[in-house]
Design a protein around this ligand. Structure first.
Ligand code: XMP
Length: 509
């Protein structure tokens, strides 16, 4: 059986990061809400080890999440982190206290006591702490193996039952030897070998789908984004022409994007691809609309209508594929809800298509893992590393009413900006142009002009929840401005957006 680790989720903010750090060591990790798996199921699944995550609660809160106490007796190694550590201490008969003057937040010096768990970790190192409660008395059979100035027990263990607990966060990069600590747990304590690889994922998925999808009619909505593209190629390798991809070109894509998608999937991969050229349809619906939310709604609805019509032509479908990835699947240990974020492109599709089941081949992968799979499948670099692009496309980057002529102007300016930024090797996580509805006076030759204003936007961010405006080299801005005003008719002014998020959003609408 493939070796794997269970990350038992108590609602902490770093849960996904923990799973990712484990996978970086080539050990497969699955996150499950603490109340959604029984000790019997844990044994049946054959997990090599369990990690209790952090969480926002205090162990004494009435509603705080608790594990089934039998888990400690399964003989499976456990590592408790932060709240998970406190919970282990508390439920095993120790004591947890809360004291304002004992809270630690940020980089903290941790001292270790000799123990095999600290192999290749120095006696003193910096760890990342974030807690007010602390373990004030370790339970019977446990011993303290690390401490700080303020915290008498920064780590504890019961070696006989292979139970370990750390008050700090080894998964966060600020913890100097965090990676080594996780390695010690995975390889020495749990006995993992670290043989899990993305290649294994690709091969196993293809082999599995060859079998389970044999003879079935499979449908996928291709947006040209990373996730749906990777899902499409993966399934194509398994079932070939039994997979039909529908790509709706709503006319709100960037320069040459529609053709690139078609050429990649039909040309390079010889897929069964239906490109629906629905540009006019979308523009007609959007005519005269200026309110951002209305635009989004119209596009989302129209997308579903177009897809519905195509689906009717195809007839009965056995399997509908969705490019859901792990971060889209929000399963919180703190609540009972299991919510799936609906991408506007596919969110409403299940209602309008006649199908038997939904398949989400990437639902266990993180974005960077999806990219790695994409690379292994031979998908072009430009697609695998494509920056995020909103479902409603350029409609939210043309301020005010949308016309074909405005879209064409924006496409040109946007292509120039992206080209200049990339040519200069500048680094930014998302960068694009916006066509504002501001006109201003300019001068060209001897003539007065009254043209439109393009705004350039580039942001630096990890998660797009917050973002900083990118400090682009002036040369990039200068060349972009000069080329846009020279090469794109009707533009007489270029500005650079220097607002971070918050208070602004990444997109202008
Ligand atoms: P905001 O503008 O909310 O954008 O700061 C954050 C990130 O989300 C992208 N975005 C969208 N993606 N459908 C999408 O699929 C949308 O309606 C949408 N709106 C914004 C945006 O490009 C940025 O990466």
């Amino acid at each position: 059986m493939e070796e794997k680790i269970l990350v038992l989720d108590f609602g902490g903010q770093y849960n996904q990061l923990i799973a990712r750090r484990v996978r970086e060591q080539h050990v497969y990790a699955e996150i499950k809400p603490y109340n959604k798996i029984t000790p019997e199921a844990i044994v049946a699944e054959g997990y090599q080890g369990i990690i209790f995550t952090g969480g926002p609660n205090s162990v004494y809160d009435e509603k705080s999440p608790h594990y089934d106490p039998r888990i400690l007796e399964l003989g499976i190694p456990i590592l408790g982190i932060c709240y998970g550590a406190q919970l282990m201490a508390y439920m095993a008969g120790g004591r947890v206290d809360s004291a304002e003057n004992s809270s630690e937040y940020g980089k903290t010096v941790v001292n270790t006591r000799p123990n095999a768990f600290w192999q290749d970790v120095p006696e003193t190192s910096i760890c990342w702490m974030s807690h007010t409660d602390y373990i004030s008395e370790v339970p019977a059979r446990f011993q303290t193996i690390a401490y700080t100035d303020k915290c008498p027990c920064a780590a504890m263990c019961d070696e006989s039952r292979k139970l370990y607990a750390v008050q700090f966060h080894p998964e966060v990069t600020h913890t100097q030897y965090g990676k080594q600590m996780l390695r010690n747990f995975l390889f020495d304590v749990c006995g993992c070998k670290g043989e899990w690889k993305m290649e294994g994922f690709v091969e196993q998925s293809i082999a599995r789908y060859k079998e389970t999808l044999a003879g079935k009619k499979v449908l996928l909505a291709l947006s040209g984004g990373v996730d749906s593209s990777v899902a499409a190629v993966l399934l194509h390798k398994a079932i070939g022409k039994n997979l039909t991809c529908v790509f709706v070109d709503h006319g709100l894509l960037r320069k040459d994007e529609g053709d690139f998608v078609e050429q990649t999937f039909r040309g390079q991969f010889d897929m069964n691809l239906i490109r629906v050229n629905a540009q006019e349809r979308f523009l007609t619906k959007l005519a005269g609309v200026t309110e951002p939310e209305r635009k989004r709604k119209i596009i989302g609805e129209e997308f579903i209508r177009v897809f519905e019509e195509e689906a009717k032509k195809i007839g009965k479908v056995n399997v509908l594929v969705q490019g859901t990835i792990y971060p889209d699947v929000i399963e919180s240990g703190a609540g009972d809800a299991s919510t799936i974020k609906s991408h506007h492109n596919v969110g409403g599709l299940p209602d309008v298509i006649d199908f038997d089941e939904i398949l989400e081949p990437l639902r266990d992968l993180f974005k960077d893992e999806v990219r790695e799979v994409g690379t292994q499948l031979g998908i072009p670099h430009a697609l695998v590393w494509r920056q995020p692009f909103p479902g409603p496309g350029l409609a939210v980057r043309v301020i005010g009413e949308i016309t074909w002529e405005k879209l064409e102007v924006l496409r040109e300016a946007d292509a120039i900006f992206r080209e200049e930024l990339e040519k200069a090797g500048a680094v930014s996580n998302q960068y694009f142009a916006v066509l504002t509805d501001v006109r201003s006076v300019g001068v060209m030759g001897d003539a007065r002009t009254y043209g439109r204003t393009i705004a350039l936007r580039a942001v630096t961010t990890d998660d797009f929840m917050t973002a900083e405006w990118t400090r682009l080299p002036f040369e990039v801005l200068e060349r972009s401005s000069s080329r846009i005003t020279n090469e794109v008719p009707g533009i007489s002014r270029v500005v650079y957006d220097i607002t971070s998020k918050p208070p602004a959003t990444v997109e202008w609408e």
